[in-house]
Design a protein. Structure first.
Length: 682
């Protein structure tokens, strides 16, 4: 009996131990970070140093999704732009321990002042644990509190942007507002969140008039509360400047009055050697070891206040001109009046640039030249205004000699920027300068020089049909028909097409030289387009975007509507093409194959410019039986497009994430990678 009792007690104790272990394991979090509130290292001199962080993943914890991982990688993203506008990704291999916990050390190679880290985990089979699309994050701290910039960066992740491949939180502006307002409540003198708060509140309300009225009332309270703070009013100006057309006029006037009064009302302060800030009186400069100030310091401080107030008023006026609904002539005159009113404004170059753009659009040569001279004088080492002026002359078909002079200046500035001793590195669009030179030489009827320039442009930018078209024209004028035919072929088979003109030029010369039928010419075009494809893909870098897709609506060949709202919930792919576009036609079989392999995405191939019966006949002739095709009578200008082929990837939240310009060497592989970086629904 005694032995039985001992046995029973042993069993019970073992059971309790197992239960305790099980419940303890269940209670353990899946992810831990040490330290939980990592502190910046603030040296007496130099830049702050980011802390070292250890990230642990407990594969045995309840809720862990990667329970059988053989290897694991920590995927992180840190913001590298203001207000979390850009993120940079890092992949860190993790080290396992005997207790099922994986470890990784994170230490930033660079000091990102935002101090924010968002991350998830992936194993060797590509399985992901992203905390049910909420991810994990760490906010760096100072004095045991998250830094203001880290809070803003965290809130920005709830905008729904694709931060880096694999990291995209569902849009949740309510959550973003809660984060910012909680921080503002704890730190009322922290002004930066206010800007985003007002923006998010407008977005949530759909930008309605009542929303602007409510934000206007909030601004009124804010301006009164912070009327003595330069930084606070600057935050208000950042938000108000581009929104003046919709905000109540009384708010604009109130803000202007507060900014104008700053030299008399701004709080004065002094900073000591340890970084502490102390108030300074205008009447009696304080003395002593701490917070020392003198008359000179106050004068310098007030001069800085006046300078900042002037720039804030200039911002308000500049944006008022920029957003006004008026004629180009009136807008140009207002920009020039701005330069007279604010000769020391930080917006001076933008104002002259605005006048320059307006006069170019008006084709007013004399006024454009005046604005250009002012703009070039403000930044004589910048080549871009020089090149824009040269291109304006080309567009107007005037002053080729002056165009070549400007081109020489551009070339000299660019060459100087490439020297090891240069303080600036200038990047220019390949072939752009050679194209300008060639067009100027063509205007001067210097055909050999024009040909050399266009050949250089074609070598630098082998995908531009306009360059090859011009080269073909020059070669044809020089009597070199074989070279002209080759140039026209390159133009018509280039991956980026704006019109059928290159193809028509090639077919015309092909027929003139009696080289075969129109079908023979088409076969050569298709073969060249296929050859170009791999070269283009090797040089292509997908353009990552995050902006709401415009409203769009197309009808497919079955009469079914396809629009922004019917595609939400899973990724959508719009690819725009036309029957006359050789690269488009070459790409269609790959698009059809992609459609079959990726049912998780909704695809529509939008043909531009042809009737339904013509498109059906074309598809039948090319044995494209299952391709989902829609129709558009004109260019999809809401997307800003006037060329084909172009493919656009829209995520499941209705935001454009990738845009591919031109024919892709491997449509399935490239677009498949786009879909792979979009996080999957949990």
């Amino acid at each position: 009996m005694r032995s039985y009792l001992l046995f029973a007690i042993t069993v019970l104790l073992t059971a309790f131990t197992l239960l305790e272990d099980a419940s303890g394991a269940a209670a353990l979090p899946v992810v831990t970070t040490e330290p939980a509130c990592p502190e910046w290292i603030m040296p007496a001199t130099g830049r702050p140093i980011a802390p070292h962080i250890n990230v642990s993943y407990n594969a045995r914890a309840q809720g862990a999704r990667l329970t059988s991982a053989q290897s694991m990688t920590l995927v992180t993203a840190v913001p590298t732009g203001p207000f979390g506008s850009r993120f940079e990704s890092t992949m860190i291999p993790m080290t396992p321990s005997t207790n099922g916990i994986w470890h990784a050390d994170y230490s930033s190679d660079r000091t990102f002042f935002t101090g924010y880290l968002i991350f998830f985990f992936v194993d060797e089979r590509g399985r992901v644990d992203n905390n049910h699309a909420h991810y994990w994050d760490v906010l760096f701290c100072q004095d045991a509190e998250p830094t203001a910039s880290a809070v803003i960066a965290q809130a920005s992740t709830y905008e729904g942007r694709l931060l880096v491949p694999g990291i995209q939180r569902p849009p949740d502006l309510v959550r973003a507002l809660d984060i910012l307002k909680a921080d503002l409540k704890d730190r009322p003198n922290h002004y930066d969140p206010s800007n985003l708060i007002w923006q998010y509140e407008l977005q949530l309300a759909g930008g309605s008039d009542s929303a602007y009225e409510q934000v206007g009332r909030d601004l009124e309270v804010y301006i009164i509360t912070h009327s003595h703070s330069v930084n606070a009013l600057y935050t208000a100006v950042l938000f108000v400047s581009p929104e003046q057309q919709k905000l109540p006029l009384r708010v604009i006037k109130q803000l202007r009055n507060a900014v104008e009064a700053l030299p008399q009302t701004a709080d004065l302060y002094q900073q000591d050697r340890t970084g502490h800030i102390y108030p300074v009186s205008r009447e009696v400069p304080p003395s002593g070891l701490r917070g020392q100030a003198n008359d000179t310091a106050i004068v310098e401080f007030l001069a800085e206040v006046r300078r900042r107030a002037m720039n804030m008023l200039a911002d308000l006026d500049y944006w008022s001109i920029s957003r006004q609904q008026s004629t180009l002539q009136k807008k140009a005159e207002d920009y020039l009046a701005f330069t007279v009113k604010y000769p020391e404004s930080l917006r001076l170059r933008e104002a002259y640039g605005g006048a320059f753009d307006c006069y170019r659009a008006l084709k007013d040569v004399a006024a454009t030249e005046v604005a250009f001279e002012k703009l070039a004088a403000l930044n004589p080492i910048s080549p871009f205004s020089l090149l824009s002026m040269a291109e304006f002359y080309i567009a107007q078909k005037i002053k080729p000699e002056r165009t070549l002079q400007l081109a020489d200046q551009v070339a000299a500035i660019y060459a100087e920027s490439q020297l090891p001793s240069s303080r600036q590195r200038i990047s220019m669009q390949p072939g752009r300068l050679d194209l300008v030179r060639g067009q100027a030489h063509l205007m001067l009827n210097n055909l050999p020089a024009a040909r050399a320039d266009f050949e250089a442009a074609a070598k630098a930018a082998p995908g531009r049909p306009d360059v090859f078209s011009l080269l073909g024209q020059v070669c044809e004028q020089m009597g070199d028909n074989p070279a002209a035919l080759e140039a026209y072929l390159s133009a018509a088979a280039a991956p980026y097409q704006e019109s059928p003109a290159p193809r028509e030029a090639y077919e015309r010369l092909f027929n003139t030289l009696k080289l075969g039928s129109k079908q023979d010419a088409g076969q050569k075009l298709s073969a060249r387009a296929a050859q170009n494809a791999k070269r283009v893909a090797d040089a292509y870098t997908p353009l990552a975007l995050t902006r709401p897709a415009p409203e769009f609506s197309y009808t497919d060949l079955a009469g079914k509507r396809f629009d922004k709202h019917t595609t939400k919930g899973k990724p959508a792919l719009l690819t725009f093409w036309s029957i006359w576009c050789a690269p488009c036609v070459a790409e269609l079989p790959a698009i059809e194959a992609f459609q079959k392999r990726h049912p998780e995405a909704t695809l529509l191939a939008v043909e531009i410019g042809h009737k339904a019966e013509d498109v059906r006949s074309f598809l039948s002739a090319h044995n494209l039986r299952t391709l989902h095709v829609g129709l558009s009578a004109d260019w999809p200008r809401d997307f800003g497009l006037n060329a084909v082929p172009i493919s656009i990837v829209i995520d499941r939240f209705g935001q454009i994430q990738f845009a591919h310009v031109g024919q892709l060497a491997d449509f399935g592989a490239i677009l498949g990678k786009d879909l792979d970086v979009l996080p999957k629904p949990n």
